[in-house]
Unconditional design. Structure first.
Length: 319
């Protein structure tokens, strides 16, 4: 018995340092003028992508205010399990001290999507929080962020001026919260703010969609997927075809506690358009939306059967 106890103690003594090292996480630091290895604010790196590449799952990357770009015709690439936070001045010792409004941190496109998660199979353990995603170019596929079979958590971000839309999801289920989509545009099927395609979409909550434009359909475009959209505002978005706010095709969205105001569709469904879809629409307000053909607020075709409960309709028009 003594030999067994001694062996157990010896094994624990050997394993403990290993397990401590195994679960150890690190905070990395990035500033616009940094020349160091990222081990502290004083020794911050200026190369965000290099820091992402060297980080391990569970690590955090703190990025100070300023503008960061990938190489020409390249994109930033996130990493599984790594949490990337913007909005720092460069002196904080606790993430709670940051202020992303006072200290805006910009990730700016350089000829491609700002972020491309095309082959890294992210889960919600990969986090992007506190950034302004601007001036990306994704043709028809996500000027801001392109996700293919990748599902990061995206929080407290602003997507502005991206061509190809704010976020494009293909077989991806990110959680998108507390974010703004302003003046993004696309000439594709749709999704000037967010496009969810083929089993994509999970949760969109507490977001604002303002003045996004598509020559296709929908600030939020849902194609053959299921998504929850709640506590969000759609204002002055324009679709040249269907669904100025939301376009659903073969999709059963849950839409609740949302406001749709002054959205336009040159065809039908100024706020929401449904084709072969059965969304649940609860506790929403539809105010002064206009469509040129039908459905000043909601239009449904092709065997769609939306459920609408406790919603308000004020001043919506169709010609």
């Amino acid at each position: 018995m003594k030999k067994i106890i001694f062996l157990l103690i010896a094994c624990i003594g050997f394993a403990s340092p290993f397990m401590s090292t195994f679960f150890e996480t690190t905070t990395h630091f990035v500033t616009t003028g940094g020349t160091g290895d990222g081990s502290s604010w004083e020794n911050a790196s200026g190369n965000l992508q290099n820091i992402i590449n060297s980080a391990q799952s569970g690590d955090e990357i703190w990025v100070a205010a300023g503008t960061y770009q990938p190489e020409v015709n390249q994109s930033f690439i996130m990493k599984e399990g790594v949490k990337i936070y913007g909005g720092f001045t460069g002196t904080e010792t606790d993430a709670a001290e940051r202020d992303r409004i006072t200290n805006p941190t910009y990730l700016k496109g350089n000829g491609r999507s700002v972020i491309n998660n095309g082959s890294n199979h992210l889960t919600n353990a990969a986090v992007l929080d506190g950034f302004n995603i601007i001036d990306g170019y994704g043709s028809s596929n996500g000027g801001g962020i392109y996700n293919y079979q990748s599902s990061p958590a995206i929080n407290n971000c602003v997507f502005s001026g991206n061509y190809g839309g704010g976020i494009f999801n293909y077989q991806s289920s990110p959680i998108i919260s507390n974010s703004e989509f302003v003046e993004n545009q696309t000439e594709s099927n749709g999704g000037s703010a967010i496009a969810n395609n083929d089993a994509s979409g999970r949760i969109i909550e507490n977001c604002n969609f303002n003045q996004n434009t598509t020559t296709g359909s929908g600030a939020v475009y849902n194609f053959n997927c299921s998504v929850v959209i709640r506590n969000s505002n759609f204002t002055e978005n324009l679709a040249y075809y269907y669904g100025g706010g939301i376009f659903n095709y073969g999709s059963n969205a849950e839409i609740s506690n949302c406001t749709f105001e002054n959205n336009q569709a040159t065809n039908s469904g100024a706020a929401i358009y449904n084709n072969g879809s059965n969304p649940e629409i609860n506790d929403c307000e539809f105010i002064s939306n206009s469509a040129h053909i039908n459905g000043g607020a909601i239009a449904s075709e092709s065997f769609s059967s939306p459920t609408v409960n406790a919603c308000k309709f004020i001043g919506n028009t169709s010609v």
